[in-house]
Design a protein around this ligand. Sequence first.
Ligand code: ZN
Length: 221
Amino acid sequence: MAYISNIMTRTFILSLALVILLSSCGSVKKTTTSSKLFSKEESRLILSGKVKEPMRVLLITNPKDSVLLRSKSTNIKPNINNKVLQHFTSRLYHTVRDSATSGVGIAAPQVGILKKIIWVQRFDKKEEPFEVYFNPEIKKYSEMKQEVVEACLSIPNTREMMNNRSYAIFLEYDDKKGKHKCEMIEAFTAVIFQHEIDHLDGILFIDHLEKETKESIKHKL
Ligand SMILES: [Zn+2]
């Protein structure tokens, strides 16, 4: 997700459902459906550049890229001893941090790797660090929405005001050591998670726009 000038209307009333959910966090057990890491082709792509070298960001305007951007990603078992995985998470980080893109979040399928891995900038934490998440899943969405302007590294020259992103989400994920965690996330950071996790299902932010707005931006895509 690309950086946006933070136009956001928000109110600070959380839905009761999310507050109740907080108490159930610790007891949830994760079932990772696949422990398979990368295919030969994926490994080749990952290792085709140095560990700090950004990867090419796929664009919706390119028909071949578009097929991958519209595909679903699969779970991956985090493993700090797997060199290809470590190489990939580093390259994905350097892709979102690339000065040419100024992103605040990125998902693995945006560089052609169909695995459930995302990097998100945590604007809700001190010093706003980038963090990596494996197999992230949103278990609950608040009914309360927020308005925010969204853009995407894979959709050139397009930014649109969205009004249907939830203000808060309840997230489950695996950290880089494979530890399963749960967390409630609010405000703009929650939008980044919703945007990036959509990518793992082949969904782009423009899919959430009203029909009329979609028609009006069609010529750009
Ligand atoms: Zn995006």
